[in-house]
Design a protein around this ligand. Structure first.
Ligand code: ATP
Ligand code: MG
Length: 557
């Protein structure tokens, strides 16, 4: 479970919470995370989850999980389940504080009736276009609807008829009676109920009128006794409405809405609508495609909950819109995995290497460290023999000046094994190198006295006879542009990175790789951090996803 970091100063929201506790305004904070179940959660939601649930953990206080399900046409039970699963996976729980805005439909209806009786709400018969036209602009006040001054009795009757299905969709709405001349457009008689003959995932066909978000949200917060209602900056202009509803109804609980800057991350899109488009158009393999910045995609890719939580801590909570570079997220994963991920050898782009002076038919077991900086993680036996695989890139027939690995006449150390010297190589008809021949020096065995003779390069390898033939997916960023949806006139999909996924059909791994299971990230020495794909892997036959490279290859050119 994530813990507070005492060394870091409190962000402005945690400071407000701390002050409210200190001066006795609240005995404990009560926060909530209010997703709309119309898509999977993404890394932006993780920021909000870590904030709301984090405050709960730090104060031993509740954080409610509330599904904001007021829009029946776009919501699905599948999304509810995935959202719950993702929040749990991130390390947070809500106990018995699981709510749905739809739980409050009766209460919201009663509140609406009260508002009508107070002459603070009315049934309007303008069409959607007319309402828009009457609303005015930022520079012009709106105009009052001709239906604005109906009697309370007529409003009550019409609202009841709306509820009873006596009117068609779009023919009537319920609006608050606030101020059509308000400089804040949100206050110009906002619509709070519309007619929708839609089946709801929880209330079924009970309702044919559904409350709007702004009206629902403040009242749901109030009903649940939320103290601090945390939302992103675009709701700042909605705060007067939030407060107006609760003030007008004089609800016993009036939470404080506080806005913070949303997470904007480069090389991705964060809108659920756009993510859905990628899924529906088959441009990715579903919401949990390992290239998607959804929680389920990140999990499948090999991200850990602690890496995501620590990312959220690093970026912090502020009041100013900003962009976070994707490399920060990737660094969080590297920092998280580096101390703990076991090291193993896997050759991704193999070429055969034959040690001519190693006796045919002989093999031996060599001792490799599971983690060079962490001896407590112990070691393992790795088979060695006359025929090996090494990375194609670790050999150059005509080496450049800076190349310190294997080349004709040159020496290199095989990790945990011997120093070898290249004597010759064979190319096929296309000029591609098919076999490299070497001699080894038995006196240079790693760990033996005298075995530590230094050569410039050390490379990893895998014994051919016992190699585990496996599939490996190399993932890269889904978009090649840092701000794929910045330009309204350019389709964000045109920025998809054509090289975001590369499948290696026959990587060669050391035998221990067979036993790695989903959820156990490992480091392939020199190649990055990899994790078995939970969908594609079978027992004893993991298919690996590259979660992240060892170093950032994007910003350091
Ligand atoms: P969309 O508008 O793309 O459908 P949303 O942001 O409205 O998505 P919700 O399900 O309503 O999605 O979000 C649930 C909570 O997560 C809200 O409180 C919202 O403010 C927060 N949230 C969503 N995106 C981000 C983000 N990028 N950074 C921080 N918080 C976010
Ligand atoms: Mg929303």
């Amino acid at each position: 479970m994530p813990a507070a970091t005492p060394e870091k100063p409190l962000d402005f929201i945690r400071q407000i919470v701390a002050d409210d506790l200190k001066n006795g305004k609240h005995a404990q904070p009560v926060t909530r995370f209010p997703p709309e179940p119309n898509g999977f959660l993404h890394i932006g939601h993780a920021k909000s989850i870590c904030l709301n649930f984090g405050i709960g953990v730090e104060n031993h206080s509740p954080c409610h999980m509330r599904f904001d399900d007021t829009n029946p046409s776009k919501e699905e039970t599948e999304y509810v389940e995935s959202i719950k699963n993702d929040v749990n996976w991130l390390g947070f729980t809500w106990g018995d504080k699981l709510f749905y805005a739809s739980d409050y439909f009766d209460a919201l209806y009663d509140y609406a009736v009260r508002l009508i009786k107070m002459d603070k709400a009315y049934v309007d018969q303008l069409s959607a276009e007319e309402i828009r036209a009457y609303r005015g602009t930022l520079t012009e006040p709106g105009r009052e609807s001709p239906w604005r001054n109906r009697s309370v009795e007529e409003n009550l009757r019409l609202f009841e008829e709306m509820r009873d299905g006596k009117h068609t969709e779009g023919s009537h709405v319920l609006r608050l009676k606030i101020d059509m001349a308000s400089p804040n457009i949100n206050m110009r008689d906002p619509v709070i109920y519309r007619i929708l003959f839609a089946h709801h995932h929880r209330t079924g066909d009970k309702w044919c009128i559904y409350p709007m978000y702004d009206y629902t949200h403040c009242l749901s917060d109030s009903i649940e006794g939320i103290t601090h209602s945390l939302c992103t900056l675009e709701f700042e202009d909605h705060r007067p409405l939030y407060d107006w509803v609760l003030d007008t109804l004089q609800t016993p609980c009036h939470p404080r809405q506080i806005e913070f800057a949303r997470l904007n991350l480069t090389y991705t899109v964060m809108s659920k609508r756009k993510l859905l488009q990628l899924v529906q158009e088959g441009l990715v393999d579903g919401w949990d495609d390992p290239r998607m910045l959804t929680i389920s995609g990140l999990r499948r890719r090999g991200y850990t909950p602690s890496a995501i939580r620590s990312f959220c801590q690093v970026i912090g909570i502020g009041k100013k819109e900003s962009w976070i570079d994707m490399s920060l997220l990737e660094d969080s994963l590297r920092d998280d995995l580096n101390p703990t991920a076991p090291r193993l050898m896997c050759v991704l782009n193999p070429v055969k290497l034959v040690i001519d002076n190693y006796p045919a038919g002989q093999s031996e077991m060599l001792t490799a460290h599971n983690h060079p900086q962490n001896p407590e993680m112990g070691g393992r036996q790795v088979p060695f023999g006359r025929e090996l695989y090494i990375e194609r890139d670790d050999f150059m027939a005509e080496p450049s000046k800076k190349f310190h690995r294997l080349a004709p006449g040159r020496e290199v150390r095989l990790r945990y094994a011997y120093i070898i010297k290249c004597t010759s190589f064979i190319s096929d008809e296309n000029g591609e190198i098919s076999e490299i021949h070497c001699q080894y020096d038995p006196a240079t065995k790693s760990g033996l006295p005298g075995g530590e003779r230094k050569v410039k390069g050390t490379i990893h390898w895998v014994a051919a006879e016992t190699a585990f033939d496996c599939q490996v997916y190399l993932y890269d960023r889904l978009f090649a542009a840092p701000h794929p949806d910045a330009d309204k006139d350019v389709d964000f999909k045109s920025h998809l990175n054509p090289n975001s996924r590369l499948l290696i059909e026959h990587a060669k791994g050391e035998p221990a790789l067979k036993d790695v299971e989903p959820g156990q990230p490992v480091q392939f020495e020199r190649n990055g951090y990899f994790s078995p794909d939970p969908v594609l892997s079978a027992p004893g036959q993991p298919v690996f996803n590259r979660a992240v490279t060892l170093r950032d290859s994007w910003t350091k050119g």
